[in-house]
Design a protein around this ligand. Structure first.
Ligand SMILES: Cc1cc2nc3c(=O)[nH]c(=O)nc-3n(C[C@H](O)[C@H](O)[C@H](O)COP(=O)(O)OP(=O)(O)OC[C@H]3O[C@@H](n4cnc5c(N)ncnc54)[C@H](O)[C@@H]3O)c2cc1C
Length: 483
């Protein structure tokens, strides 16, 4: 059945090629594999043994069975936009790329669900149903590229998750290939609860360590009747942070409540989607409310009043959809925009109680001063999900290690104030030692015990998510500083 012209002495690659249909279904030459040596976490790179491109669940199952029987490490990959190194082949894995499994299988408007293959790109789902008045709520800023399979693995969030919840709140069913090749289905279309353990909850956010997702049933929502978007400029970060707290405590639940600091503003204004933010302000808030039309104007009035009370320099409401779109493009391309002001950047992803925003931002500022590296902040302020972006130049000896240390120090601050080390980007390779900031040995063991039930030989995505036994985050930082 395979038509792959494979010329190699590696018997496993020859055998795997026979399991997959179609030409270009396997890559194994070094020059082809280079594109798969990292994901969005570009600091660490490892070559895979091969990359296979199955087109259906049965092929995934056959590949996984072959790997299990031959003790070959393997992992799943979607679009490779992950920011914590989850798709990096640490152990010379066979990468199972899901990008050829990209069909929209079913849309059921009456029962409000859709079924997609894992390689289906997030934004394509909303684009496919928007003319019928529906959308898919989780909207990571990478939604034009990332896959829904990758979103499930990372339990991805996005700007509008403040009101609508993250990926796990929108997943109704999964088909999964287990690490031994067996195929299981969990959850039922449109049925809110299933008897037995909540395997949907367990699989969502398991970072590709428990199984490979091959089909996903997601909840779809009716478009809100109305939405309005506000931009507010503040001369100091405390006022901006206080406005965030005041808006939430006024009882409004905005659809989105985003913040960028001065360094971030410098980046987005120097990049592809500038909107004319004043360069001398310390913070900008992007606030969106949506819902039934009646009442939206009152919510906007309340938000404007809160901003004025907190000494806003300027506040404006988007005049039309085009202006709203420009503001969002400016915000959503914020990470990449850092490339306009720095050769390299490291994205961090901590969560804190909202009330700690001013204190934590001040401590991040101190980390920046002490490390000598600029740190920009772009974040989902409404739910306390910070993204400190550590700017560095990997060409300068020692600077990458400094950036890693500064990023880890930011996460320690988040953990110390009662927060956590990741809000949406996952642990992957990047933050696995920092898991010790929030879990003790017993708590980590409870989690690895669960992984071992699904993935007993640890052939699937080994070396991710959990700290290396016997090593701690401080040791990692010491090693980084010595290397
Ligand atoms: C510019 C930029 C902005 C971003 N903004 C956001 C944001 O706002 N919110 C957010 O949450 N994230 C964001 N991200 C991070 C990233 O886009 C998400 O984590 C996304 O969910 C990854 O999807 P992917 O298809 O690229 O997965 P990959 O990077 O390919 O894989 C990520 C992990 O999922 C596993 N995996 C992939 N597919 C499957 C599958 N079918 N079955 C099992 N495991 C699988 C992989 O093994 C890996 O561990 C951003 C990234 C970038 C580059």
């Amino acid at each position: 059945m395979g038509k792959n012209k494979v010329k190699t002495s590696d018997i496993h690659i020859l055998n795997l090629a026979k399991l997959i249909f179609g030409p270009q279904a396997i890559l194994y030459k070094k020059e082809d594999l280079l594109a798969y040596d990292c994901d969005g976490f570009t600091i660490e790179r490892h070559l895979p043994r091969a990359v296979v491109f199955p087109t259906n669940t049965e092929e995934v199952s056959k590949i996984v069975k072959y790997c299990a029987e031959n003790h070959l490490p393997f992992l799943a990959r979607g679009a490779g936009t992950g920011l914590s190194g989850g798709a990096i082949p640490l152990n010379n894995e066979i990468i199972i790329s899901l990008v050829r499994m990209k069909r929209l299988l079913e849309v059921d408007l009456e029962n409000r669900f859709a079924v997609v293959e894992p390689g289906f790109v997030n934004l394509k789902l909303t684009n496919s149903i928007s003319d019928k008045g529906y959308y898919y709520a989780p909207d990571p800023s990478s939604q034009y590229a990332c896959t829904i399979g990758g979103n499930v693995a990372e339990n991805a969030g996005g700007a509008h998750c403040l009101k609508y919840g993250v990926t796990t709140n929108h997943i109704l069913g999964l088909e999964v290939v287990l690490p031994n090749g067996d195929i299981i289905e969990i959850g039922r279309n449109g049925i809110p609860d299933s008897p037995g353990y909540d395997l949907l909850g367990l699989l969502t956010g398991s970072e590709g360590t428990l199984g490979i997702v091959t089909k996903i049933t997601v909840r779809i929502l009716k478009n809100p009747e109305a939405k309005q978007t506000v931009l507010a400029y503040f001369d100091n970060i405390e006022d901006g942070s206080q406005a965030v707290s005041d808006i939430i405590s006024s009882g409004i639940v905005p659809a989105a409540l985003e913040m960028m600091d001065k360094t971030a503003i410098e980046g987005v204004e120097a990049a592809a989607f500038p909107v004319g933010h004043p360069k001398d302000i310390e913070a900008v808030l992007l606030i969106e409310v949506d819902g039934i039309a009646a009442g939206i104007d009152d919510q906007i009035e309340l938000i404007l009043a809160v901003c004025r009370r907190r000494n806003v320099r300027e506040v404006k409401v988007a005049r039309d959809e085009a202006e709203r779109g420009r503001w969002w493009a400016n915000r959503k391309t914020g990470f990449g925009a850092m490339g306009a002001i720095s050769p390299d950047y490291l994205v961090q992803d901590g969560v804190i109680p909202r009330s700690k925003l001013p204190e934590v931002l001040a401590r991040i500022h101190k980390i920046s001063e002490e490390s000598g590296l600029r740190i920009a902040n772009i974040f989902h302020a409404g739910d306390g999900n910070l993204h400190p972006l550590v700017l560095f130049d990997s060409r300068i000896p020692g600077e990458t290690e400094k950036a890693i240390q500064a990023g880890s120090a930011c996460l320690k601050v988040c953990a110390d104030v009662g927060g956590s080390i990741t809000g949406e980007h996952g642990v992957g390779i990047e933050k696995k030692e920092e898991m010790r900031f929030v879990f003790n040995e017993e708590e980590i063991k409870a989690q690895t015990d669960i992984r071992n039930v699904f993935n007993p030989d640890c052939l699937l995505n080994a070396g991710k998510l959990f700290p290396t036994p016997g090593r701690c985050a401080e040791v990692k930082r010491e090693l980084a500083s010595k290397s």
